[in-house]
Design a protein. Sequence first.
Length: 360
Amino acid sequence: MGEHKRIGILTSGGDCAGLNPVIRAVVHRAVGTYDWEVLGICRSTLGLMARPVQVVNLEIDRVDDLLTKGGTVLGTTNKGDPFAFPMPDGSLKDRSSEIIEAYHQLKLDALIGIGGDGSLAILRKIAQLGGINLVGIPKTIDNDVGITERSIGFDTAVNIATEALDRLHFTAASHSRVMILEVMGRDAGHIALNAGIAGGADVILIPEIPYNIDKVGRQIQKRQAQGKNFSIVIVSEAVCTEQGELVKNMDRFGDCRLGGIGQYLAEQISICSGAETRVTVLGHIQRGGIPSPLDRLVASAFGVEAVDLIATGKYDHIVTWQNRQVVSVPIEAAISQYRVVNPNDTLVKTARGLGICLGD
Ligand code: F6P
């Protein structure tokens, strides 16, 4: 069975559905199979910066109900880079050494970090500085971590966006309107492309394919000429205006929030097609809710494999989903490649084959 280990697990960056099933799988494998201890670190690196450190002992009966729970019971944060942490006096402080100190104080043998590319890059830097045995698990509804075909949370987000499109069809048809659904995806259009095809959108706009508003208008007019009184548009929040500007707001912490391209398009589409338009911004609904069966499966497979990597001493690796299997790769390889939609992607070809307008 090998030597006894004490491992830590944290969830970092934006939450998503599927994080809790990963925590459950890690505990089952580590405690159930290997008889190790698992400490859940609260609120990502913030729990390791706190004094006393904020951790919970994760026993099997504590995680039994996590398979169907959205969010993360450990809490998370997508703010406060530990290398430039915002202090109350407005200054920025490098607090990475506090995290390293906490890891060693807790006598952890390894740490499982569940995060997107940004969080994983930070965790890896800390791990390298502090001799931390890190294993990564990719999560993000945006599905833009390199190499892995799936990141936890993506499938649930696509399901939610697809259901929203299904619902919009009825009200669009009843009022003869063009309905625009704005979905998340900070830099990549995977959610819009996948949900757009699955939900029967007439127009899909993603940041990877520049659009021309007149072509969008023509698609809607073509449908009108065919006697179809409504159209459905799905747009990724990272799509720019025709002038190439991102539509965003700054919050009072100075963080940039994407949002508003749907409203911009609604006005433009109304002008060029004459149609009445309405906008739905799906927002954080996409991150919540019950994890889909596929997210539960991938989360379970990732959790088990991550523990097995620790058992064999394979650190600085991340688990990925490739060709229907879990494959571990160096974390650096996964975070150095950014996985946006390739314009030659099968799904792009599929959308075109279905007559969906991609705006180009
Ligand atoms: O990266 C995941 C994501 O959900 C993006 O799609 C979105 O732009 C962003 O996080 C929203 O972050 P926040 O929770 O800080 O509003």
